[in-house]
Design a protein around this ligand. Structure first.
Ligand code: CTP
Ligand code: MG
Length: 290
C-alpha cells in the first residue's frame, strides 16, 4: 500500500493537471456535474439470492431508490450506472421514468474501485477533464436532496472536492482478538465516510489509476494517495449503506418516513398528533415508554 503523501510520477502529473484545470476553469465558471453509481457488487455480506441492489423496497429495487435523488437534481446532467458484465436484472425493470438521464454501462470490475474506474473510462466521451463526478453507492438508497445541495454548495468552488461524512458519535473501543477492550480511542475529528464523493473527472480517474485497488475502498482514499485533502461535508446519518440483512428494514423505515413528509412534532399540538398517526400507520414508534 502506498502511504498517503507519497508521490509517484503519476501523482505529480495529477497535481500539475489540477493546477492546469484551475487555470482553464476559474471558479466563476460552473463545470458540468455527472453521477456515477457502482452497482456491480454481489452483496456477499447480505447473503440474499440476488445482489442487494436488486432487493426491493416498496416494489422497487434498492438501485432505483439510490438513483432517485441524483436523477432529479438539477445540477446533475446524467447518471451513469456501472453494472456487472453479465447483469440480467437491470433490464427487467422499467426505467422510463428517468428518461435519458440514466445510462447503464456493463463494465463492472472485480472491486468497487475497478468498477468506478471502468465506468469513468466508459463515460469518457461525455465528461470533460474539469467536470465534477459524484460517485454514489447503489447500496445507499436513502440519499436526500439536502445532502446533495450541501455537497454542491460547499465543493463547487473547492480546489480538491470532497465527500459526505458524519462525525463519529459513539465511544470508540479498540478490541483484541478475544474481543476484550484494550483501549478507548479518542473520537475527536473522526468521521464516517459516506457517498456521494465528488471530485473532478480527470483528477479522479488519475487518482484511481495510481491507487492500490485493495486500499482504495472509496474515491477519497485514492485522492488522499495523491497528497490531497478531500473536504468533509456534513452528511446525514440516514444515508446508510445496506450491508447486512437488518439494514434493509432500516432503509425501508427511512424511505417510508421520507415519503410521509413528517411534520415537526410538538407535544399535544395538532401537527404532533398527525405525525404520531402517520407514524403509527407505518409501524414507526414515535414515543417510547421508559
Ligand atoms: N460494487 C461494484 N463493483 C464491485 C463491488 C462493489 O460496483 N466489484 C458496488 C456495489 O454494488 C455497491 C457499492 O459498490 O453499490 C458498495 O459496495 P459494497 O457495499 O461492498 O457492496 P457489495 O460488494 O455488493 O457487497 P459485499 O461486500 O457484501 O459483497
Ligand atoms: Mg464489497
Amino acid at each position: 500500500m502506498r502511504p498517503a503523501g507519497h508521490f509517484s510520477s503519476a501523482a505529480d502529473a495529477t497535481l500539475l493537471l489540477i493546477k492546469f484545470l484551475h487555470i482553464q476553469h476559474p471558479r466563476r465558471t460552473l463545470s458540468k456535474a455527472y453521477a456515477l453509481v457502482p452497482a456491480a457488487g454481489s452483496g456477499s455480506r447480505l447473503g440474499a439470492a440476488l445482489p442487494k441492489q436488486y432487493l426491493e423496497i416498496g416494489g422497487r429495487p434498492l438501485l432505483y431508490h439510490a438513483l432517485l435523488a441524483l436523477a432529479r437534481h438539477p445540477r446533475i446532467e446524467q447518471v451513469f450506472v456501472v453494472l456487472a458484465q453479465g447483469d440480467d436484472q437491470f433490464r427487467r425493470y422499467d426505467w422510463r421514468e428517468f428518461g435519458a438521464r440514466i445510462e447503464p454501462l456493463y463494465c463492472g470490475g472485480e472491486t468497487r474501485a475497478a468498477s468506478v474506474f471502468n465506468g469513468l473510462l466508459a463515460a469518457r466521451d461525455s465528461m470533460a477533464a474539469a467536470d465534477w463526478v459524484l460517485v454514489h453507492d447503489a447500496a445507499r438508497p436513502c440519499l436526500g436532496r439536502e445532502e446533495l445541495d450541501r455537497l454542491f454548495g460547499e465543493l463547487e468552488a473547492d480546489d480538491t472536492g470532497g465527500l459526505l461524512a458524519v462525525p463519529v458519535a459513539d465511544t470508540l473501543k479498540r478490541g483484541n482478538r478475544d474481543s476484550r477492550v484494550v483501549a478507548t480511542e479518542p473520537r475527536d475529528n473522526l468521521w464516517l465516510a459516506q457517498t456521494p464523493q465528488m471530485f473532478r473527472y480527470r483528477v479522479l480517474i488519475e487518482a484511481l489509476r495510481a491507487a492500490d485497488p485493495a486500499a482504495a475502498t472509496d474515491e477519497a482514499r485514492a485522492i488522499e494517495g495523491l497528497g490531497l485533502e478531500p473536504k468533509l461535508v456534513l452528511g446525514d446519518t440516514r444515508n446508510i449503506k445496506v450491508t447486512f440483512p437488518e439494514d434493509l428494514l432500516l432503509a425501508e423505515l427511512i424511505i417510508r418516513g421520507r415519503e410521509e413528509k413528517p411534520v415537526k412534532m410538538r407535544p399535544g399540538s395538532k401537527s404532533g398528533k398527525r405525525t404520531a398517526r402517520n407514524a403509527k400507520k407505518s409501524g414507526i414508534r414515535t414515543r417510547f415508554r421508559r
